[in-house]
Design a protein around this ligand. Sequence first.
Ligand code: ADP
Ligand code: MG
Length: 249
Amino acid sequence: MSVEKNAAPAIEVRNLHKSFGSNEVLKGIDFHVDQGEVVCVIGPSGSGKSTLLRCVNRLEDPTSGTIMVEGVDITDPETDLDKVRTRIGMVFQQFNLFPHLNVLRNLTLAQRRAKRRGKAEAEETARRNLAKVGLADRAEAFPAQLSGGQQQRVAIARALSMDPDMMLFDEPTSALDPELVGDVLEVMRQLAEEGMTMMVVTHEMGFAREVGDRVVFMDGGVVVEQGRPEDVLGNPQHERTRAFLSKVL
Ligand code: ADP
Ligand code: MG
């Protein structure tokens, strides 16, 4: 299957500003993710990475600027946000699984409500995605019976069960014990290899270097520099990028 040459970018953000009260957190961001591209967003704590990611599916309302998702302006009041959101899978630092539901029910709930799938189809989709993240045998477990890394893989499988066109990850491994990080990154790497469009906020520089098509460095609410991972991480052009990398590499 060939990708249309002039297909709209998956995500296109233009001159995005976001303030919380008098605190201007995003100061004119231009950012895009092409279809099939893996873009890793790095930068110090407080630089606005999560706010940018959250604006992309309107968990936050932008103060000004435009955000296009697959060519649709999601800042337009006429846009059906629920419809756009079903195309965007989100994975957060905290896994946000329902503790009182087993893994299978965690994966079928949104499919049945938002996608109106029947039980059999929802369960089949859930089991397929559990297998994909290496947890086919844990469908009946409750979240508390799983490690943090397993819970995060369930959260990824849950997002995938909605058949999203793109996945947004906000520091998906930051809450995990170090020995559990690798399995989650491996699932993400596999997704990337399958061609999933991904925006990944991460402190995992190895992942950014090996899996990212592009790395975007943010600091103080602006994109300071971006480019190929080997360039941004290996030969940064800006002092602020160098200072950041010297602390995390
Ligand atoms: P990062 O993800 O890069 O660490 P964030 O986007 O979370 O940065 O935060 C950037 C700034 O925005 C911080 O100063 C933070 O306190 C502020 N901020 C984020 N969310 C809110 C909110 N809901 N209300 C007020 N301030 C917020
Ligand atoms: Mg953040």
